[in-house]
Structure formats: structure tokens, C-alpha cells
Design a protein around this ligand. Structure first.
Ligand code: HEM
Ligand code: HEM
Length: 190
């Protein structure tokens, strides 16, 4: 089933979740790795690759939000308490806000420092330098990009813990509907 149903995530939503999830975790690790080594000849190359992957993730995230808007959202599992439903809504909204915040801060940041950053989407589509070299906002954006990234990773850790809790403690099928897409609700079609 490509589309979402009332009780499970369809194949397209699941693909968006896992592809963007893996790329975002990879971008975080790559970002840390490339900034923590002392400046060397290929630093700008790695920053440009990080930025290219980041812009691709931004495009995927926009498509993901669009797909979410034109599909049903699966209902909370049976027996979920009101506070659990609210917590999961706030948590998921928080993830979207922090992911987009990190992406947009990164985009504004790219090339705004002292050295020009010549990056194009995997060498194909040239990307505009949003603020221009030597922007007074560079430091602020650098800090924001880093802080938003850390906040997002902290929320992802809680998100993964919650998913494991659903799987191991509640055994309510929430993990299944994002992995195999199977639903434990007998009325489900997915
Ligand atoms: C091992 C890693 C992960 C696991 C096990 C996991 C698990 C899940 C599960 C089971 C759901 C479905 C919740 C439901 O049906 O109510 C979900 C939704 C979601 N996940 Fe993850 N996830 C992981 C990583 C990530 C990462 C890295 C991100 C983003 C940075 C992310 C962002 C989201 C968002 C935004 C939703 C809500 C989907 C929506 O309402 O549109 N997840 N995740
Ligand atoms: C969710 C996606 C992203 C994550 C998790 C992420 C994560 C990171 C992290 C952890 C750093 C190291 C921060 C530091 O210690 O200073 C970094 C640096 C950087 N990121 Fe990202 N990033 C993402 C998306 C982007 C995008 C879309 C762009 C640009 C188009 C970008 C451009 C940069 C640049 C230019 C730096 C170097 C900053 C410096 O010179 O210190 N990032 N990123």
C-alpha cells in the first residue's frame, strides 16, 4: 500500500521517514567530523558535500510534508492515554521544527564566512550563496546551526526511546506500522 491508511503508514511515508532519518543522522555525524579536525586542504570539499546532502534532505523533507498533507495520518494506537497522544504530537512537531530549523540555518550559513564556499548540488545545480561572503550573521548562524542540530539529536534520542518503549513495553504495533507497515488493527487494510 503506497498511501497511508487510518491505521498505518504507507510505503512512501515509510521510505521518507527512513531515508531522511538516516541522512539526517549521517549529516550530524559528518558535520561534527568535518569541523572537529584542524583546517586542512580538503575542508571546503567536505563542507560542500555536507551542504549538498543537506539541500537534498531539505528537498526530501518538503516533499515529505507535502505527502503527509495529502494523506490520512494514522490514528493513535488503541488504549493510548490522552497525555501520550499529546506528547507524541508535540514530539513529532518538535522534530519537524528542529529538522527544518537546522536545515535552513545551514543553508543560510553556507558560504557566509570569510572564505567563499563554491558548492553545487553534487556538482550539477549551482546553489546560491544566500548571505554572501563575510556576512555579519555568520557567527550567529554557525552557533544556531550547531545548537539546533544538538537539540534535534536530543529529541531523536527520546523519539527512539519512545519507539522502543512502544515495541517492548506497550507492544501496541506502533513500531510495525513504521517498519513493515503492518497494522495490528484487524480492520486495517495496510
Ligand atoms: C532508529 C531510529 C528511529 C526509529 C526506531 C523511529 C521510529 C518511529 C516510529 C515507530 C514512528 C511512527 C509513530 C506513529 O506511528 O505514531 C516515527 C515517526 C516519526 N519519526 Fe521516527 N524513528 C527513528 C528515527 C527518526 C529520525 C532520525 C527522525 C528525524 C530526525 C525521525 C522523525 C520522525 C517523525 C517526524 C515522525 C512523525 C511522522 C509524522 O507524523 O509525519 N525519526 N518514528
Ligand atoms: C538536518 C540537517 C543537518 C545537520 C544535522 C547538520 C549538522 C551539522 C553539524 C553537527 C555541524 C558541525 C557544527 C559545529 O560543530 O560547528 C555542521 C556544520 C556545518 N553545516 Fe550542517 N547540518 C545539516 C544541514 C546542513 C545544510 C542544509 C547546510 C547547507 C546547505 C549545512 C551547512 C553546514 C556548514 C557550512 C557547516 C560548517 C560550519 C562551520 O564552519 O563551523 N548543514 N552541520
Amino acid at each position: 500500500m503506497l498511501r497511508n491508511t487510518e491505521t498505518s503508514w504507507g510505503a512512501i511515508s515509510r521510505a521518507f521517514h527512513w531515508v531522511t532519518g538516516v541522512l539526517i543522522l549521517g549529516l550530524f555525524a559528518y558535520g561534527l567530523w568535518m569541523t572537529k579536525f584542524p583546517a586542512r586542504e580538503d575542508t571546503a570539499y567536505h563542507v560542500a558535500i555536507h551542504a549538498s546532502i543537506g539541500i537534498s534532505v531539505l528537498a526530501l523533507m518538503i516533499a515529505r510534508v507535502f505527502w503527509r498533507a495529502v494523506n490520512p495520518t494514522p490514528m493513535p494506537p488503541k488504549g493510548a492515554a490522552r497525555w501520550e497522544i499529546t506528547a507524541s504530537k508535540i514530539g513529532h512537531l518538535g522534530l519537524y521544527v528542529l529538522v527544518f530549523g537546522t536545515l535552513i540555518a545551514g543553508w543560510l550559513l553556507a558560504g557566509s564566512g570569510r572564505a567563499p564556499l563554491d558548492y553545487s548540488l553534487f556538482g550539477i545545480i549551482p546553489m546560491p550563496n544566500m548571505l554572501g561572503t563575510g556576512s555579519p550573521y555568520h557567527k550567529f548562524l554557525e552557533e544556531s546551526h550547531e545548537l539546533l542540530g544538538y537539540a534535534m539529536i536530543a529529541l531523536v534520542a527520546i523519539h527512539i526511546a519512545a519507539a522502543v518503549w512502544h515495541e517492548r513495553v506497550r507492544r501496541d504495533g506502533v513500531m510495525d506500522r513504521m517498519t513493515s507497515g503492518r497494522s495490528r488493527d484487524p480492520s486495517a487494510t495496510a
